[in-house]
Design a protein around this ligand. Structure first.
Ligand code: HEC
Ligand code: HEC
Length: 338
């Protein structure tokens, strides 16, 4: 009888222990992404990979993991610096051994609402993106198996993978999913512009209001919606990348009409993301506006909005100042941790 009781007690303890363990791995609540007012709907991939507390925590840790690169020096955050709205302040991205890529590092923000990624939109799903920098010669110059090998013995990762996915197995798919989950949570919608729109007490200055009006008439046909991009691809006649590999969207579709067409970039947090253009042709916002005003490069597929205007967007000096003041209202200091 005594032994039976003892066995029963032991069994109970064992059950409650394992129950606690199971609970620990299951207690990983979803992080519900709220769509800010006037934003487009979440893209369809998010529903297949909803962010969870530990998935996001793991994704953030991986985002800062230097062992992603062949010589353990470059993480995603080396190029996507949170303090610069996840851009890098350089004309073209600089990766492992100081190797320079051929494009400018874009900000990472509001990705959950985007349908295309990269300057040419060659990636349609965020989960499919992280492999690219890992294997790219000018970025991290590694392989996913090498990365998994390096972090496999790390107890912190084992714990996080367990918390995020139920067991400690490290797979490529789980790495991509958790990084994407983290990126889905990078939502910027707390700028002065947003607060004005939401009637939260803020008001545009006279200069900002004039800038907004000019912006609506001269820029918002492309930099539209609450994302400040209509997510279309257009050739706007910016100075050409000397790298012969560059063809913009034409690289993806092979269509002459897509030659040197680029995804319209969001202008949110643009104050933090200089230099501008697909390979950082422009050091300042003012230089972008001066260029539009002076006249852009002609091309057969130059966007009709420019073509019908003599290949330019005419702007007075005052309009330029006003537009820049307006773009400053798209800055979200909370997003960059200020
Ligand atoms: C060497 C610098 C560098 C590193 C390292 C790097 N990136 Fe990037 N990232 C870029 C550049 C440049 C682009 C634009 C590529 C293009 O348009 O072809 C980009 C594009 C992106 C985009 C698309 C953004 C958009 O607006 O569409 C995401 C998301 C992204 N990177 C995430 C990551 C993640 C995750 C990692 C780590 C696994 C990473 N990057 C590592 C430079 C870098
Ligand atoms: C016909 C569509 C169109 C119009 C109109 C337009 N843009 Fe753009 N804009 C683009 C595209 C496309 C790019 C990227 C082009 C490239 O890099 O080759 C771009 C790039 C930019 C950039 C650089 C952003 C970055 O992160 O690199 C700024 C700033 C900008 N535009 C501001 C404006 C302003 C301000 C106006 C109005 C005066 C304006 N744009 C009008 C399509 C447009």
């Amino acid at each position: 009888m005594k032994t039976v009781l003892w066995v029963l007690t032991a069994l109970l303890i064992a059950i409650s222990c394992s129950k606690r363990e199971v609970n620990e791995s299951i207690n990983n609540p979803e992080i519900v992404l709220e769509t800010p007012a006037e934003f487009p709907a979440l893209n369809s991939s998010v529903a297949q990979n909803r962010p969870t507390k530990y998935g996001v925590e793991l994704g953030e840790k991986l985002f800062h993991e230097k062992r992603f690169s062949g010589n353990n020096t470059i993480s995603c955050a080396s190029c996507h610096n949170p303090a610069l709205a996840f851009s890098d302040g350089k004309p073209r991205a600089v990766g492992i051994y100081g190797r320079t890529g051929f494009r400018n590092t874009p900000a990472i923000q509001n990705m959950a609402f985007m349908k295309f990624y990269n300057w040419d939109g060659n990636i349609l799903q965020l989960e499919k993106q992280p492999l690219v920098p890992i294997i790219t010669h000018e970025e991290m110059n590694s392989s996913i198996l090498e990365v998994i090998g390096k972090i496999a013995g790390d107890a912190d990762y084992k714990k996080l993978f367990t918390q995020a996915f139920g067991d400690g197995t490290i797979t490529a798919d789980r790495i991509y999913r958790s990084i994407a989950q983290y990126e889905y949570t990078l939502i910027s919608a707390n700028s002065k512009y947003d607060r004005v729109k939401r009637n939260e007490g803020d008001q545009f200055t006279a200069e900002e209001a004039r800038g907004y009006a000019t912006f609506k008439s001269k820029c918002a046909s492309c930099h539209s919606t609450a994302l400040f991009t209509d997510q279309s691809f257009r050739n706007v006649g910016f100075p050409l990348n000397p790298n012969a590999e560059e063809a913009g969207r034409g690289r993806v579709t092979g269509r002459p009409s897509d030659q040197m067409a680029f995804r319209v970039p969001s202008l949110r947090n643009a104050i933090y993301t200089a230099p501008y253009g697909s390979f950082g042709q422009f050091p300042t916002l003012r230089s972008v506006l001066d260029y539009f005003d002076k006249g852009v490069l002609d091309a057969e597929n130059l966007d009709p909005i420019l073509k019908e205007n003599g290949n330019r967007i005419p702007l007075t000096a005052q309009e330029k100042l006003d537009i820049i003041a307006f773009i400053e209202t798209l800055s979200d200091p909370t997003f960059i941790g200020k």
